[in-house]
Design a binder for this molecule. Structure first.
Ligand SMILES: [Zn+2]
Length: 115
C-alpha cells in the first residue's frame, strides 16, 4: 500500500486527483487480494477431496506415522515390532471375563487352554 501511495503522487501530472486514484487502486488491490484468497480456499478444498477419494493411501500413511519415527530428511524409520509373549496366568488378549464377572479370564483358562 505504501508503494501505491508513492506511485500515485505522480498521477497528479496526468490530471487525476491522486487521492481518488489512491482510493480506487487501493480498492482494486483489495479485491485482487480477496480473489486470491478465494482461489486458494477453492484449491485447498479440491485437494482435500482428492485425498478423501483414496482411503487406502490415507490408511497406509496413518499407519506409518504411528509405527515409525520420521527422520530429519523425511525418511521413516520403522519401529521395532515387539513380539508379545503371553504368560499362562496373564489375562487372555481376547478380553474375556469369567462368567460371574469377578475377573478377566487367564490365558490358560481361555484361548491358551490347549496351548
Ligand atoms: Zn481368550
Amino acid at each position: 500500500m505504501s508503494e501505491l501511495r508513492q506511485g500515485v503522487g505522480l498521477r497528479a501530472y496526468a490530471q487525476v486527483n491522486p487521492v481518488d486514484e489512491y482510493k480506487k487502486e487501493g480498492f482494486d488491490m483489495f479485491e485482487a487480494m480477496i480473489n486470491g484468497i478465494k482461489e486458494e480456499v477453492v484449491r485447498r478444498i479440491f485437494t482435500v477431496r482428492v485425498k478423501k477419494e483414496n482411503p487406502i493411501e490415507r490408511r497406509s500413511v496413518a499407519k506409518t506415522a504411528v509405527a515409525g519415527n520420521v527422520g530429519g530428511d523425511g525418511s521413516v524409520k520403522r519401529a521395532p515390532v515387539r513380539k508379545q509373549k503371553i504368560g499362562r496366568n496373564d489375562p487372555c488378549p481376547c478380553g474375556a471375563w469369567k462368567a460371574d464377572g469377578s475377573r478377566p479370564l487367564k490365558y490358560k483358562e481361555c484361548h491358551g487352554r490347549n496351548a
